[in-house]
Design a binder for this molecule. Structure first.
Ligand code: AMP
Length: 293
């Protein structure tokens, strides 16, 4: 198929860091960057799409980062589907015939973290609450890999999903703390029609768990509706949250300031309701933002 061939020419998949650095040196223009762990879905593709709207060359990493998984987490069974991922990227690139995507897909973690590099990036404060409290070291793993990828790829702008809202804040804080010349763009959560946020981990769910999982989106929606953009309604929302948390499957369900991540939302203009619901061995993570007056 000639069209397919043409598109294929616009994609390079690089496995070795030394090759990636060489490739990067040939690029004169600014580039956009989308970091992922692969097993792509429309959430990831929405980031790529936005990056391609802004940059002729987009670097796209696919790397299951061992540093962000706890010892009893799903690192080994995390789905790895590189061939299919490349096809999805190709299909997106059809809409951008003059653009190119460089995929960086190191299989061996030593490519990303050479044995003689011991650096750990830790963003104070944000990294040890909520998700970070339940998954100690997780955000250090995230910040460390993203810093390393930024250092190798040197993008002008990087795209992150607001699905992982706390991660997005950690990365923004890291960029600020280290004064990195990189813009961080948060992108809207892509959901299934019924509301479940797309996630590579959704495929762990049985059909029954999947239908129960709507509880997460529905609960966030109810809280958002209770608040109804009015600060006076927050106590009512808090009572509802207290009642909801009687179900022990909630890892957390909390309201925080969208910018500072503070629990004190008495002066907040925008708040985020963040939750994780435990569905068997799978943790479903989601959030919803509400403006308040
Ligand atoms: P992951 O491969 O899960 O590490 O995700 C890579 C990037 O895709 C992160 O910035 C995520 O926040 C983003 N992402 C994952 N799921 C979604 C979604 N449903 N909607 C928007 N962005 C997403």
């Amino acid at each position: 198929m000639s069209h397919g061939m043409r598109v294929k020419n616009m994609i390079k998949c690089i496995l070795k860091t030394s090759d990636l650095i060489k490739e990067r040196q040939t690029e004169l223009l600014d580039i956009g960057f989308v970091p992922t762990m692969g097993n792509l879905h429309q959430g990831h593709i929405s980031l790529l799409h936005e990056a391609l709207k802004e940059f002729k060359t987009v670097y796209f990493s696919i790397f299951v980062n061992p540093k962000q998984f706890g010892p009893s987490e799903d690192f080994n069974r995390y789905p790895r589907t590189l061939e299919r991922d490349i096809e999805l990227i190709e299909n997106t690139l059809i809409h951008f015939p003059d653009s190119k995507v460089i995929i960086y897909a190191p299989e061996n973690p030593d490519e990303v973290f050479p044995k003689d590099r011991h650096q750990v990036i830790s963003v104070n404060g944000l990294s040890t609450v909520l998700e970070g409290k339940i998954r100690p070291g997780h955000f250090d793993g995230v910040a460390t890999v993203v810093y390393r990828l930024f250092d190798i790829i040197k993008p002008s702008k990087a795209y992150f999903g607001l699905k992982d809202y706390q991660q997005y804040l950690v990365i923004k804080q890291m960029v600020n703390d280290l004064a990195l010349p990189i813009k961080i763009q948060g992108m809207p959560i892509i959901r299934e029609i019924e509301g479940l946020a797309l996630s590579s981990r959704n495929q762990y769910l049985t059909a029954e768990q999947k239908s129960t999982s709507l509880l997460l989106f529905n609960t966030l929606s109810i809280i958002k509706n209770i608040i109804d953009q009015k600060r006076v309604n927050i106590p009512k929302a808090n009572s509802f949250i207290t009642e909801t948390l009687k179900d022990p499957n909630w890892n957390y369900l909390e309201i925080r300031d969208s910018e500072t991540f503070s629990e004190d939302i008495s002066h907040s203009k925008n708040i985020t309701i963040l939750a994780v619901y435990q569905m068997g061995s799978t943790r479903l993570l989601d959030n919803m933002q509400v403006e308040v007056q």
